[in-house]
Design a protein around this ligand. Structure first.
Ligand SMILES: Nc1nc2c(ncn2[C@@H]2O[C@H](COP(=O)(O)OP(=O)(O)OP(=O)(O)O)[C@@H](O)[C@H]2O)c(=O)[nH]1
Ligand SMILES: C[C@H](OP(=O)(O)O)C(=O)O
Length: 215
């Protein structure tokens, strides 16, 4: 089996621009990628492809196969899937809370397709046993799209229900979960810039320079 990580570094994570500059977001996404690769490696996944819009910005100290494609998430993944003959895990680069134990569990299921929902209707991980037959449709409510695509193919489905694996770091409030539950390089990066501030209601992030009642 293999894993593929779609990756776009240039102006990455634009939804985090209220709290991180472009340079910071590009540094941050690389550290999240490293965390994801580390979890895959710890789970024993040996074949890891990075499907990237540019060779620059992909760490060259990691043992990864690089596939450079034009921008366009769905088109690049769908053309990649046409060329693979083995079970394949599509795992996003912005999942620093995914642990190797999640990966091991996901690949142990007997179903044809395992879907790991992301917050807000997204798809964080798709594990597909026969990828050539599958077409992805990310963006919008892609969890429902991938569920329906799998059903239309007559394939069996497992939904992997996990709090940590559901958290993709898209918006500033997602960084709270990274501060609370992270254990890798991207958590260290976030800790240099933010703290988790407690008060009424949910914990919030606060820039480190404005500390008040934080944990
Ligand atoms: N190969 C490839 N990967 C992409 C592309 N766009 C996004 N990705 C990756 O797909 C995953 C999900 O993307 P998003 O969460 O939308 O990330 P993003 O585009 O950096 O974030 P926003 O600018 O906030 O939408 C991440 O792993 C991205 O690095 C693309 O055009 N090509
Ligand atoms: C790619 C997209 O990611 P999100 O917009 O949820 O980060 C999705 O999961 O369909």
């Amino acid at each position: 089996m293999r894993a593929v990580i779609p990756y776009k570094k240039e102006n990455a994570k634009s939804r985090l621009s209220p709290v991180l500059s472009q340079t910071e977001r590009e540094e941050f996404v690389e550290l999240m990628l490293r965390d994801v690769v580390s979890s895959l490696c710890s789970a024993g996944i040996k074949e890891i492809d990075i499907l990237t819009t540019s060779r620059e910005g992909v760490p060259d100290d990691l043992d990864l196969d690089l596939i450079v494609t034009d921008p366009g998430l769905n088109a690049s993944i769908n053309s990649y899937l046409q060329n693979v003959d083995e079970p394949t895990m599509i795992i996003m680069a912005d999942l620093p809370l995914v642990r190797s134990s999640h990966i091991k569990k996901i690949i142990s299921y007997p179903e044809d397709v395992v879907i790991v929902p992301g917050k807000g209707g997204g798809t964080n991980i798709l594990f597909i046993r026969q990828p050539k037959e599958f077409t992805v449709k990310y963006h919008g409510c892609s969890f429902i799209s991938h569920y329906e695509i799998t059903e239309d193919l007559g394939k069996s489905i497992r939904i992997f229900d996990s709090f940590l694996a559901s958290i993709d770091i898209d918006e500033p409030h997602d960084i709270v979960e990274l501060l609370l539950y992270g254990n890798g390089l991207s958590k260290e990066y976030a800790e240099k810039r933010f703290c988790a501030e407690t008060g009424k209601g949910r914990v919030k992030i606060s820039p480190l320079s404005k500390l008040s009642g934080f944990i």
